[in-house]
Design a binder for this molecule. Structure first.
Ligand SMILES: [Zn+2]
Length: 272
């Protein structure tokens, strides 16, 4: 058995249809409260500092990796280290998102947090997204309401993608640079919207934390490190879940001991 090539086929470790995720009721809010003048001044100061950082980074920003569109593995360009994996956290920021970001930050491991609009309704939730972004993590678009894009109209597909990017931009000042469809289900139309938006599209190569026997930190850490699907360039799917948050340090340690590096999303081709 090989890891699925399309990301939509079924196999034990990559069965995207088994992704047990909460179906949160749609609570779209069109408007976000305007920030106060005081906040705007603070933001302006932060932006200046951020621009300076961005300029420094731009000087050395040659992409090192690219996502293989056929299987979502992350492959080195030129002489980047091939023995590396990408960590991604979906359905964020729910209850564990900030804690998971803090854990990864402490371990100095980069990651993408793929977020949904229904986790960004309240000021507290918006603040959580800001915290994750401020810790240096990439923010990805996982659609507004976690819709299966094959089951909604083209107009709704566009809204699911664009309205979330708009909301993320209102909160952190930049649009997501990565896109992952709920359940890994893309359509020709949604792919075109993602491309228009300039986002890098990916599914994943394996993940386990939605399967019953791996809703346990020790079992999850063991399979994430020792699975037969582990290979160079693996794109690891995890979720904003309590057992996954608990397993994260052991997963990172296990992969590190096996000699894997952790890919910085900022070095992936297609990111500006
Ligand atoms: Zn999801």
């Amino acid at each position: 058995m090989t890891a699925c090539s399309s990301g939509e086929d079924n196999s034990a470790a990559t069965d995207t249809s088994n992704e047990t995720e909460e179906t949160t009721s749609e609570t779209k809010e069109e408007s976000v409260e305007d920030s106060t003048e005081e906040e705007k001044t603070e933001e302006a100061a932060e932006e200046t500092a951020e621009e300076e950082e961005a300029e420094e980074e731009a000087a050395q920003a040659e992409p090192l990796y690219r996502v293989n569109p056929a299987n979502s593995s992350v492959e080195p360009i030129a002489d980047a280290n091939p023995q590396a994996v990408l960590i991604t956290i979906d359905d964020a920021p729910d209850k564990q998102g900030v804690a998971m970001a803090e854990t990864l930050k402490e371990l100095d491991v980069p990651a993408i947090f793929f977020v949904n609009g229904h986790f960004l309704d309240t000021d507290e939730e918006k603040e959580n997204l800001k915290k994750i972004h401020d810790m240096g993590f990439a923010i990805g678009n996982h659609t507004y309401s976690h819709a299966n894009l094959k089951t909604v109209s083209e107009e709704q597909q566009r809204e699911e993608i664009i309205e979330l990017s708009d909301l993320v931009e209102e909160i952190i000042g930049e649009r997501p640079e990565f896109f992952r469809a709920p359940h890994g289900v893309n359509t020709d139309f949604s792919r075109a919207v993602v491309e228009e938006e300039g986002m890098v599209l990916m599914n994943w190569t394996f993940g386990y934390d939605w399967e019953k026997q791996y809703m346990d930190a020790a079992a999850l850490a063991d399979i994430m490190v020792n699975t037969e699907f582990m290979r160079d360039g693996a794109n690891l799917l995890m979720h904003d879940r309590a057992w996954t948050a608990e397993a994260l340090p052991a997963i990172v340690q296990g992969l590190d001991e096996k000699g894997y590096d952790f890919i910085d999303p900022a070095t992936i081709e297609g990111i500006e």
